[in-house]
Design a protein around this ligand. Structure first.
Ligand code: MF3
Ligand code: CO
Length: 258
């Protein structure tokens, strides 16, 4: 686990802010008829204009700026000529690097009015991220984060994806430690100021099993049930947890007791 100095967290605040603002713009663009490639094109141009660089493009050969995962797609969906349809749910995952420091976040957004199940799945996954962020406190253990995610999602009748994990983040997109979205409380390393984590719960409406499509990236639920994904880059500072990728004051103060 690599602990960051305050000046490093300040740089991560820059990349993370670009992530947050880009996701905010993309969320506003979402409408039936829009192609997922249009979202990717906008995101790349906007990030470059803000002085950042897309972090995913070229990472292990990933070809795009954004991951766009629709309905039964879990994560790592390719932008394409697919048009969004009324009732879809769409997960947008985005990383940005500024001066060598990374930020990473994801949101799942409904396209128009969606089914009750879809609405509940999105709320449960977002709630799991929020509970997980509340577990980011000095003295807590890493698995308290995992446990918060699992108990929230399963408590609402959904299942947790096990194939993908959250991660440390900093001068690399993925650093130690891995953060599973399931597990017992009070295990693993103790959380300390300077730790920066990308916490990313993924939940399925049906079973937890996922498979990778022939494009070698897109993960889908095996039973083709809906899937949702939320992610924030969170720094543990001397003043408590700070959500670096949030765009509302409200959200970024979460966990700091403010
Ligand atoms: N947020 C995801 C992750 O941390 C996105 C990675 S996509 C990739 O794994 F293209 F960069 F691999
Ligand atoms: Co991530």
């Amino acid at each position: 686990m690599i602990l960051k100095a305050p000046w490093e967290i300040d740089l991560m605040r820059k990349s993370s802010r670009i992530v947050a603002e880009t996701l905010g713009k993309l969320t506003e663009m979402i409408n039936p008829g829009l192609t997922t490639m249009e979202l990717d094109r906008f995101a790349e141009a906007y990030i470059l204009r803000r002085g950042g660089k897309p972090a995913f493009k070229g990472y292990r050969g990933y070809p795009y700026t954004l991951c766009v995962s629709v309905n039964e797609q879990v994560v790592h969906g390719f932008p394409s000529t697919r048009r969004l349809e009324y009732g879809d749910i769409i997960s947008l995952d985005l990383g940005v690097v500024v001066d060598g420091y990374y930020g990473d976040a994801a949101v799942t957004v409904p396209v128009g009015k969606v089914s009750d199940e879809a609405r509940r799945l999105i709320a449960a996954t977002q709630g799991a991220l929020s509970r997980a962020i509340s577990a980011v406190r000095p003295g807590n253990h890493l698995s308290d984060i995992s446990h918060a995610v699992q108990s929230t999602i399963e408590g609402q009748g959904f299942s947790v994806v096990r194939l993908f994990v959250g991660h440390g983040i900093g001068r690399s997109l993925h650093e130690e430690p891995q953060i599973p979205n399931f597990g017992p409380p009070a295990q693993g390393p103790v959380l300390k100021p300077g730790l920066v984590l990308a916490i990313e719960p993924m939940a399925n409406a049906g079973g937890s099993d996922v498979m990778i499509l022939d494009d070698r990236w897109t993960a889908v639920t095996c039973d083709r049930s809906l899937s949702a994904h939320f992610e924030h880059t969170v720094a543990l500072t001397e003043d408590g947890a700070q959500v670096l990728t949030s765009y509302t004051e409200d959200e970024s103060a979460q966990g700091t007791g403010r």
